[in-house]
Design a protein around this ligand. Structure first.
Ligand code: AHR
Length: 304
């Protein structure tokens, strides 16, 4: 369908095939790799022609990719916004070109909800709450937490912090003594944890906004001669295979799941939207949590 003009959405269905332009955040984490694979496989299975770009965690690259999809007159644009703000101009361009937009995984901060048709993804505040609930139930007395935040300005970083803080607020003995971004990467988590271990005495708990940063923190903790999971307990979000393995080994203590397998639902939504059907404005992903025992049981079946 791509390349033609007119019709309800960007390109009319001349060859019957839907063309989707997908602007991915990057390849910063195991979660992202699984998410990309899910989208590529689901597009192929649904017979959707996928144009895919990797923004290397830079908003300007994502904006460029979206503009190029508009120029190419794709039928639908989907993207996972690297940060929450600054999207109105380019999304208005898509709207004026009659190309529907689907937010995938991460949402945007805009008053104009007409800029996108739906938002498919997790409830990140709820994920932060689950992490906070576990800590509140599993610690007594003075507890010093260091927080490894996701990418500055990204919805999952903002919301996971918010949900966690909400739950520990009732416990003045639990304190976040240091917090910094590790950009959702393993190397970022390691570097920031190395600095925390030097600057911050008596760290009891690491709260990492994703598995990769938690895995980086494990390396830093070991290098400092401490035992991850025992001397310093670790809570993470995602539940990718490497994280689940560390949880099963007792080096991570608790993981809140964030499901990257959004491809199938995304293609279903795209087909409906291009066909002019109504879709719900918000589709929330179902997720669980894992203790070490639960990770051991789940690992053999884990797909990513
Ligand atoms: O937006 C989802 C988050 O992005 C994942 O939790 C993290 O691993 C990824 O980089």
């Amino acid at each position: 369908a791509c390349g033609s003009s007119g019709g309800q959405s960007g390109g009319s269905a001349d060859d019957g095939k839907i063309t989707m332009g997908f602007a991915q955040v990057g390849a910063e984490s195991g979660w992202r790799t699984a998410n990309t694979k899910s989208i590529q496989e689901a597009a192929a299975a649904a017979g959707i022609d996928l144009k895919f770009s990797d923004a290397q965690q830079k908003q300007e690259n994502q904006i460029k990719a979206i503009r190029s999809y508009i120029q190419q007159k794709v039928d639908v644009i989907a993207f996972s916004p690297v940060v929450e703000t600054g999207w109105d101009t380019v999304l208005l361009e898509a709207k004026r070109a009659n190309i529907p937009v689907i937010l995938t995984d991460r949402s945007i901060d805009s008053d104009d909800t007409s800029l996108y048709k739906t938002f498919l993804g997790s409830d990140f505040v709820e994920e932060g709450r689950k992490a906070g609930d576990w800590l509140v139930a599993n610690t007594q007395g003075e507890t010093n937490v260091v927080e490894l935040q996701g990418t500055t300005g990204a919805a999952p970083a903002i919301d996971r912090k918010k949900g966690f803080e909400e739950k520990i607020a009732a416990r003045p003995d639990i304190k976040i003594v240091a917090t910094q971004t590790g950009d959702f990467t393993r190397s970022g988590g390691k570097q920031v944890m190395e600095a925390f271990l030097k600057s911050t005495p008596d760290i009891d708990v690491v709260y990492a906004h994703n598995d990769d940063m938690g895995l980086g923190a494990i390396e830093a903790i070991k290098a400092a001669g401490k035992v991850p999971g025992q001397d310093i307990r670790i809570i993470t979000v995602d539940a990718v295979k490497d994280g689940m393995q560390a949880l099963a080994n007792g080096e991570i203590n608790f993981i809140v799941e964030c499901n990257p397998l959004l491809g199938g639902q995304l293609m279903d939504l795209a087909k409906k939207i291009v066909a002019g059907e109504e879709v719900p404005p918000r589709v929330v992903t179902e997720e669980t949590t894992f203790t070490s025992e639960q990770a051991k049981a789940a690992l053999p079946e884990r797909k990513y």
